[in-house]
Design a protein around this ligand. Structure first.
Ligand SMILES: *Cc1c(COP(=O)(O)O)cnc(C)c1O
Length: 388
């Protein structure tokens, strides 16, 4: 049989992380003691209050049925309250909030509602891969906005070509940023909203790391910026906020028309988030602040050990204010991030992610994830010292 993949599937960029995963498994199978600083998946478990809340809700048979397309109203209500308390942004829970099966799901489905074949989406580069793949699966064309260190890893809007802007429908932004761990000022959000209004763009602001921040810094919401709700939506996730990556729960909120478009796509594809998980999501938002106070201290300490350690070895890295990543330029002798990550794995049994896996502008960098214990990070620094 000669089954053919569709053109859109063939156009998807290769998923580099699959290769890294294979190399990791090969090394583990040989009994090597691997320190995995590769994946962005919290190592600590989900807080027990959330698990208990799931159990209780799962025992209640009224939660056993298909969830509503627009999500559980009690959960939506709690999200609205969280937004008001956290960002001082008022949201209408009927029209401006949509629970998602993890924010990746919403990020990837959104282009099906707003990108026609041949339309362009503006994506930062390096970036979280679904901005590009979601666009391609909808028949659209991702156009990259390089994030450079000289520009504090913010896109330079002046460099986007007029003919690109003519066909652009969506602009993705992501602060605090994965993989660069950079943050933005409120004025950046305001400029994006102005730009979006001028060129009739949808702003998709990915705020997956809004709660993971250090040294007293608190990331802001795009929706709080002047023109924010008029031009865009924001994606949130409980994955990083409450160590819930496996649970698959997040939400989108903001502009009513954009939310309704995603909801329409979803109602034709999935049937929402298990109600018991949405109930557990309420508990997650209830305890988030208390949990994060502890968790952010843990990440901050790990960050300090890694960055101080690497800087002693001659790297020049600034301590990131948010996310659980450290984005580091390769030592001068190295050009290729894949080659360098391969060498580090071979010589030290440490997994790091080559920057090029996040897009061409990520070349020359590697990403370390702070998702292992202090002791293991210390151990990683010592191993690197022996090799570099
Ligand atoms: C982890 C992550 C997400 C979301 O993950 P979900 O588990 O699907 O909610 C979204 N954006 C970025 C940049 C991420 O790193």
């Amino acid at each position: 049989m000669a089954f053919e993949f569709t053109e859109r599937l063939k156009k998807l960029p290769p998923y580099l992380f699959v290769e890294i995963d294979k190399a990791k498994r090969r090394a583990r199978a040989k009994g090597r003691d691997i320190i995995d600083l590769g994946i962005g998946d919290p190592d600590e478990s989900t807080p027990k209050e959330i698990i208990e809340s799931l159990y209780k809700a799962a025992c209640d048979s009224k939660n056993h049925h298909y969830p509503l397309d627009q999500g559980n109203s009690v959960f939506r209500d709690r999200i609205a309250r969280w937004y008001k308390e956290r960002f001082n942004v008022i949201l209408d829970q009927e029209k401006e909030i949509l629970p998602l099966i993890g924010s990746k799901e919403g990020i990837s489905h959104m282009p099906l509602a707003f990108i026609n074949p041949g339309d362009i989406s503006l994506v930062p580069d390096p970036c979280y891969p679904p901005y590009k793949s979601g666009t391609i699966l909808a028949g659209g064309i991702p156009c990259i906005m390089p994030l450079t260190e000289e520009n504090n890893f913010l896109p330079d809007l002046n460099k986007i070509k007029p003919q690109t802007l003519k066909k652009a429908k969506v602009i993705y932004i992501n602060y605090p940023n994965n993989p660069t761990a950079s943050v933005c000022e409120k004025t950046f959000f305001e400029n994006i909203a102005l730009f979006a209004k001028k060129y009739n763009l949808i702003v998709a602001s990915d705020a997956a790391y809004s709660e993971i921040a250090f040294d007293g810094y608190r990331p802001d919401s795009f929706l709080k910026a002047e023109g924010g709700k008029e031009t865009g939506i924001e994606f949130h996730s409980l994955s990083k906020t409450c160590n819930m990556t496996g649970w698959r729960i997040g939400f989108a909120c903001g502009n009513e028309k954009i939310i309704s478009g995603i909801a329409k796509v979803k109602s034709n594809i999935d049937s929402g988030v298990f109600n018991a998980i949405q109930m557990a999501g309420i508990t997650a938002l209830d305890i988030a602040d208390k949990h994060l106070e502890k968790m952010n201290k843990v990440y901050q300490k790990r960050r300090d050990i890694l960055v101080d350690g690497l800087n002693k070895l001659g790297w020049v890295i600034k301590k990131p204010k948010a996310t659980f990543y450290v984005w580091a330029r390769l030592p001068k002798e190295y050009k290729s991030s894949i080659e360098f990550a391969g060498l580090v794995l071979d010589k030290t049994n440490i997994i790091i992610t080559p920057g090029i896996g996040f897009g061409e502008s990520g070349e020359g960098y590697v990403r370390f994830a702070l998702t292992v214990s202090e002791e293991r990070i210390q151990e990683a620094v010592q191993r690197l010292e022996r090799v570099l």
